[in-house]
Design a protein around this ligand. Structure first.
Ligand code: ADP
Length: 601
């Protein structure tokens, strides 16, 4: 209330937020014996500008201590405040940025043998507990800094530093590790500028350093991966080389092939395509040019067929002709990759040198053909021979009959019995010749492949054997009906009939049975005819299939000519199948047979 009007005018200029505080402070200074007054507050000038002022004053006081007069100075410190705030803001920003990026600033004062790091680096280097200057910087002896570095990295670091002395470079770059007390190891990268004096001596090095742990981890992982890859590649190369197997990728759209080193070798290319790539690119034309002319058309058609189909499997055989004129047999196996539309886009696989294999197979095919021809000739021969033998034999038989009818009375008993034996022998010979003819006919008559209902065939056979079955009191077992199959129905019927007839014959048990069935899927059955008869000893299992081979005296077990199993075997083999025996002498016999893949469906 003591303030004059003009004083009130002045107070009105003070920023409303500061006003009350300033008045209270000043009033206390006027009333109480305080030596000095100092305050800082904002003034809203008549020109509309906001200013910060610093005010200092002294008072001359009356005896009661109250100020009689006050004099002082006031000055505008707005600019200083602005600078202070800007600096604080900058520092804050810097702190945030470096903290987040884990980047810090360092200075190495060479003359003072001292290191200076900022707050970020202090944290990064694990030096939080170290006392530091109030600007957040930490000064550290050069040797103390050196001891922070991982022992394994120190020699290298020292070497680098001493190398700087011999050069005039201004660039500084280091990588080292810092083990923390927590056991964690940090990877650090530091980059800086080297300041030298006129004589080239290093004065100062300053720069930034950052946490490169993640980077280095990634780099180490990458190095590991690369090393693994190199090792694997090496192994792959050794393996493929040893196995003489090469790999290829066929880019169908581009019509080219990527082939590896091993395949290059198989195909007679020079050792390496170029220094860096072990993969060689060849075009379809290159490939076609290598192909043996006789295989080109076929291979092309096969390739097109595979691509058009929906199979992913690929297998081809072909011959190539090397520049040297050498012919190589090749086998190639792979997979076809298709896009969503089912279109083949790529194929990849392996090839190998199959020259020996293909040659051996060709030789075998040749042998088989020869053998077949020889067999056919033999059949033809036995057919004509037995056919031609039949006539004179019939003559002998007839004459023997006339002899017996017209001249028996003129012979003594011995002569008559010899004549009887002669007629018997000729009859037997006739039977044998007929059987021989049957065997020879087997391969002469056309092979009629068609769908055959084998269960119906079996029923017919059993019906025709009904008398023998009933007479022998034989139980017929059929666990499940025989499947339908593509085969020569008449011949397979004969096969079955021969096995069943044998089953009926070669059994001396009071209770007899024969089981006819098959194992495996309908599409690939293994048929069997099983009996509980006399069995066949192991040493005879091959013999029984030979022509005219019997294991018994002529008349035992109802007699026979030893031809049935020969025919059975021939029929199975004509279909591409085979026949074999499982037997326990005294217990029973199982004949198994197949009719070959070619006959299924
Ligand atoms: P065959 O029956 O006319 O003698 P096969 O060729 O059919 O001629 O048989 C040859 C020989 O194999 C027979 O003589 C017989 O000794 C033996 N054999 C064939 N089938 C059986 C069988 N199911 N059990 C025991 N032995 C058999």
């Amino acid at each position: 209330e003591q303030f004059s009007d003009r004083m009130a005018d002045y107070i009105a200029l003070i920023h409303p937020e500061d006003r009350e505080r300033v008045v209270r402070h000043y009033t206390r200074f006027v009333q109480e014996p305080v030596d000095e007054y100092e305050d800082e507050y904002r003034i809203l000038g008549v020109d509309g500008m906001l200013r910060t002022v610093n005010v200092r004053a002294r008072a001359e006081r009356a005896a009661n201590g109250r100020a009689r007069s006050v004099s002082g100075i006031l000055w505008d410190i707005s600019e200083q405040i602005r600078q202070r705030e800007a600096l604080a803001l900058m520092q804050e920003r810097y702190r945030l940025a470096t903290g987040a990026a884990r980047v810090g600033v360092w200075i190495w004062n060479v003359a003072e043998r001292e290191f200076e790091v900022d707050e970020s680096l202090r944290t990064l280097f694990g030096l939080e507990t170290h006392v530091n200057a109030n600007d957040g910087r930490l000064r550290l002896g050069q040797d103390d800094f050196f001891m922070l570095i991982h022992p394994d990295d120190r020699p290298q670091h020292a070497l680098y530093i001493s190398s700087l002395l011999d050069t005039d470079t201004t660039e500084y770059f280091r990588e080292f590790r810092i083990p923390l007390e927590t056991g964690e190891v940090r990877d650090i990268q530091a980059r800086g500028t080297i300041f030298r004096n006129a004589q080239g001596r290093i004065q100062r090095v300053a720069g930034v350093a950052w946490d490169a742990t993640q980077l280095m981890e990634a780099r180490r992982a990458l190095e590991q991966k690369t090393a693994d890859l190199v090792r694997m590649d090496e192994r792959y190369r050794l393996a493929t080389h040893a196995a003489r197997v090469g790999a290829w990728v066929w880019n169908i759209a581009d019509c080219n092939f990527e082939i590896d080193e091993s395949m290059s070798a198989v195909f007679g290319f020079a050792a390496r395509a170029d220094e860096y790539a072990s993969v060689r690119m060849i075009t379809m034309q290159d490939f076609m040019a290598l192909l043996h002319p006789d295989d080109r058309e076929r291979l092309n058609q096969e390739g097109v067929a595979v691509l058009k189909s929906d199979t992913s499997e690929y297998f081809q055989e072909y011959r190539i002709r090397l520049a040297s004129g050498e012919i190589r047999g090749i086998q190639s196996r792979g997979s076809v990759f298709r896009n969503d539309a089912g279109r083949a886009v790529r194929a990849a696989g392996v090839v190998w040198d199959a020259t020996e294999l293909l040659e051996a197979r060709r030789a075998l095919e040749h042998k088989t053909q020869e053998l077949e021809r020889a067999n056919k000739e033999l059949d033809d021969f036995s057919y004509t021979a037995s056919h031609d033998l039949k006539e004179p034999l019939r003559g002998i038989s007839n004459y023997a009959q006339y002899l017996q009818e017209d001249y028996a009375t003129q012979m003594d008993e011995k002569g008559q019995s010899m004549l009887l034996k002669m007629r018997e022998q000729t009859r037997r010979m006739e039977t044998l010749i007929v059987e021989l003819l049957n065997v020879a006919r087997l391969s002469r008559a056309p092979f009629v492949i068609g769908h055959a209902d084998l269960q119906a065939t079996l029923a017919e056979i059993l019906a025709s054997l009904e008398f023998s079955i009933r007479e022998g009191n034989v139980e017929i077992r059929i666990p499940r009906p025989l499947p339908g199959l593509r085969c020569d129905r008449v011949r397979v019927g004969e096969l079955l009939r021969n096995l069943i007839t044998n089953g009926l014959k070669y059994n001396d048990k009071p209770e007899r049975w024969i089981e006819i069935g098959y194992d495996g899927p309908d599409s690939d059955p293994v048929f069997y005819v099983r009996d509980n008869g006399i069995g066949i000893r192991p040493e005879h299992r091959d013999r029984v299939f030979m022509l005219f081979q019997r294991l018994h005296t002529r008349e035992a077990f109802g007699g026979g000519t030893g031809v049935g199993l020969t025919i059975a075997q021939k029929i199975a083999e004509m279909h591409g199948g085979r026949i074999w025996i499982n037997s326990l002498p005294g217990i029973g016999t199982t004949f198994h047979f197949t009719l070959g893949k070619g006959a299924t469906g």
